[in-house]
Design a protein around this ligand. Structure first.
Ligand code: ACO
Length: 366
């Protein structure tokens, strides 16, 4: 049997998350993601994904202290970030920095402490590189404050607005984990060879950066800009679909109804920015696209995915498009590392097969 893209193939059993693609539900360790975003922080949700339970106050404080401790980059990583070619995209910089962090302390098996360290480092890598390229003063991480307050602070140098921290927190909790998506699969494949956590995360970052996966939100902004410039939503979208193009921010391999993360981000965006022109534009694009997708792809159930309103929410909190996929990476590292740790608990090497469809030839060089 051939399963292109491994569609429909179940490769592992997991206790980490469950996606009900028909009902549009996502659960982390059995808890509905929409309930989690209402009551829990980034740190508490990360703890839940790593350990399987929400933390006690002491456990939470311990986790927060560890995240603060590892916000400070080792000096060789700081130097490396400055040495990398200026035209290297930010995802490749993160991938290279994480790879360079993979020293001998990351032996088999992977641990939560290693996961905390890498999770703590990624926002600093992003902010450090961005400010370095802009020729701005580098901002040292805070010695206190939440993970996301510190991230926004390191990017901009000012105390962030509370509503922006909250919006970012909702986005990052919603995108922390999502079953056997391409990047998580990639991390688990690498871990299945008994390679260490930093290598598994390096593989995942390389997979995340493609436009069919984590690279979509900045392309959603391109779509919104195009519609804004043309001033006619339907014409732009119809032309794209007639050309056989895919609409970025629409469709999903697993959800065959609304993506709950997109629904939640849309309502957060409405709370944050009721009158924002980008919100209006996003809603118009969503409505037109969903109708036209029904016309061009009848019976396919194509709606917005998480990337669509992620783009609008990032814009609302003044994140530049180049930071979208890196910020997604800063949240998804939690899910990746939880999966790598789970893979190591009961490891089976991934080794599918391929069907050779060429000819068998009699001899090579004469
Ligand atoms: N625009 C137009 N048509 C689409 C779209 C889209 N966004 N998504 C799917 N379709 C069409 C396909 O062309 C296909 O048509 P066909 O049957 O006539 O060939 C049909 O709908 C089924 O789609 P598949 O490609 O089989 O769906 P698949 O599960 O393989 O793809 C994917 C899912 C890759 C996300 C796809 O919907 C897509 O490319 N979307 C745009 C990119 C995007 O938004 N990516 C972010 C995904 S969310 C994330 O990774 C965090």
């Amino acid at each position: 049997m051939l399963y292109p893209g491994l569609k429909g193939v179940v490769a592992v059993e997991t206790l980490i998350s469950e996606i009900d693609g028909n009902k549009g539900k996502l659960y982390y360790r059995g808890y509905d993601i929409l309930d989690i975003t209402k009551s829990y922080s980034f740190e508490e949700t990360a703890y839940l994904l790593w350990y399987g339970t929400f933390p006690t106050i002491d456990q939470l404080n311990e986790l927060k202290s560890a995240l603060i401790l590892h916000r400070f980059l080792p000096s060789h990583i700081e130097k490396l970030i400055c040495l990398l070619p200026k035209d290297m995209d930010l995802m490749s910089v993160i991938r290279t920095a994480v790879s360079a962090e993979g020293n001998s302390s990351y032996g088999w098996k992977p641990t939560v402490s290693q996961a905390i360290k890498l999770t703590a480092m990624i926002p600093t890598i992003i902010a450090f590189r961005k400010r370095f390229l802009e020729g701005k003063t580098l901002i040292h991480p805070l010695n206190n404050g939440s993970h996301l307050e510190n991230y926004l602070y390191m990017l901009n140098g000012d105390k962030p607005v509370e509503a922006h921290i909250e919006a970012l927190e909702t986005y990052m909790i919603l995108t922390m984990e999502h079953g056997m998506n391409a990047s998580t699969f990639s991390a688990r494949v690498t871990a299945s060879t008994e390679s260490e956590l930093a290598s598994a995360i390096t593989s995942a970052i390389g997979t995340m950066k493609g436009p069919l996966h984590g690279g979509a939100p900045s392309e959603v902004i391109d779509l919104l800009n195009e519609v804004y410039t043309a001033g006619d939503v339907e014409t732009v979208i119809r032309a794209k679909l007639s050309n056989g193009e895919k609409l970025m921010g629409f469709g999903h391999r697993v959800y065959k109804t609304h993506d709950p993360r997109s629904v939640s981000l849309k309502s957060k965006l409405m709370e944050l920015n009721g009158e924002d022109p980008w919100l209006d534009l996003s809603i118009q694009v969503e409505e037109a696209a969903v109708n036209l997708l029904q016309e061009f792809k009848p019976g396919r159930a194509l709606y917005t995915n998480v990337e669509f309103y992620a783009a609008a929410i990032m814009k609302a909190i003044q994140m530049e498009p180049t930071l979208f996929t890196p910020t997604f990476t800063a949240s998804r590292i939690v899910g990746w590392s939880a999966h790598v740790i789970e893979q190591a608990e009961n490891n089976v090497l991934f080794r599918p097969q391929s069907n050779y469809i060429g000819m068998i030839k009699e001899r090579g060089r004469v």
